[in-house]
Design a protein around this ligand. Structure first.
Ligand code: H2U
Ligand code: ZN
Length: 334
């Protein structure tokens, strides 16, 4: 039986049609990455000591390394921006100025590692860098978007382990919807939406992939992508900037297990887009920090879910149930 499930965070419906997956699962496995690859690739713009596309040379960095994006989508207000005037002022031809900063965060010097394959202490360093970046950029920007595109399937331009940070003077559209939804939930229920949700999922267990005392990774009730997950704190926590060292340790631990399960699922480096949604500078205590993971793979290393046709024109639809997806990820946990 098909049903529609409500996503209370993004305020949209998702169709779940489990009857469409009758065939048994036969996962094929891609070979693991060849061992003994050099740590540095001469052509990589992100490897230590190499020259970037913008001309600058990277330092010989030993751990995480952050630099300003050489091709930023958002740039500082330097007075050179043309004044926004509507020659024929019309509500149908709106625009708005936009300023911000874009940075690149290299996770590690070794070109052939990834956040998933790094040892726990190095994964913890990346969590620390996310916290530092949020603390540094948060006060001067309305929104800080920390994210990663992993793998060519997700349009990632470099195999070097890295993520990005875009800090803007506006709250972008998707977090703005989540902001309004969380604010409404707090005012009618007296508690943050995602804190209630984390408690409910922890009690039910069917959609939980992995958890510890501080964090919970679940395939959300309303997941649109086959193996989509939500990483949630189990206590009130607005943003990465509010994490103490122990909280960051616990986050790194759950993150490492989740990413390990993703890579084990199809025996390949799981492509995904992931990112943090933490309370924006001007937002209130209705916000709960969370990370979304959106991997596109459905059945194997090569068979992906396309969000096309009905999804582009009507609403999201999935065949595998979120409960089945969570069970599959639990099976391959280390
Ligand atoms: P992906 O995370 O989607 O691969 O994007 C990499 C970013 O790195 C991209 O925004 C930046 C690109 O502008 N970049 C540099 O700033 N300098 C370089 O030399 C290479 C890539
Ligand atoms: Zn590299």
């Amino acid at each position: 039986m098909s049903e529609r499930r409500w996503d209370p965070l993004s305020e949209r419906w998702v169709i779940v049609s489990p009857g469409r997956v009758r065939r048994p699962w036969q996962g094929d496995e891609a070979p693991p990455a060849a061992p003994g690859l050099p740590a540095r690739e001469p052509d990589c713009h992100l490897c230590p000591g190499n020259r970037r596309a913008g001309g600058q040379r990277n330092p010989d960095y030993p751990g995480v390394f952050v630099f300003d994006n050489d091709f930023p989508a958002l740039a500082g207000a330097d007075g050179s921006a043309p004044a926004l005037e509507d020659p024929a002022a019309s509500p149908l031809l709106r625009h708005a100025p936009v300023t911000g900063r874009c940075r690149v965060l290299c996770y590690h010097p070794d070109h052939h590692q990834s956040l998933a394959t790094l040892p726990p202490a190095r994964q913890r360093e990346v969590v620390g860098a996310w916290i530092d970046q949020q603390r540094e950029l948060g006060p001067a920007h309305a929104w800080v978007q920390i994210f990663e595109n992993r793998g060519r399937m997700m349009g990632c331009s470099s195999d070097h382990p890295h993520g990005q940070i875009w800090a803007s003077d506006h709250v972008p559209s998707l977090p703005a919807t989540e902001d309004a939804a969380q604010a409404r939930y707090l005012s009618s229920h007296g508690r943050p939406l995602l804190l209630d949700y984390a408690e409910r999922e922890a009690a039910l267990g069917t959609r939980v992939v992995t958890a510890n005392e501080g964090w919970l990774a679940v395939v959300p009730w309303w997941a649109a992508w086959p193996f989509e997950t939500l990483l949630l704190p189990r206590m009130p926590l607005g943003g990465l900037e509010d994490l103490d060292a122990a909280g960051a340790d616990r986050l790194a631990e759950v993150l490492g297990r989740l990413l390990g399960a993703y890579d084990a699922l199809f025996g390949v480096a799981m492509p995904y887009s992931m990112g943090w949604h933490g309370r924006g500078r001007d937002q209130g205590r209705h916000w709960q920090l969370h990370a979304h993971f959106y991997p596109p793979l459905l059945r194997s290393a090569t068979v992906r879910k396309f969000m096309v046709g009905y999804e582009m024109l009507a609403e999201a639809q999935r065949d595998l149930t979120p409960e089945q997806a969570a069970a599959r990820l639990r099976e391959v946990l280390a």
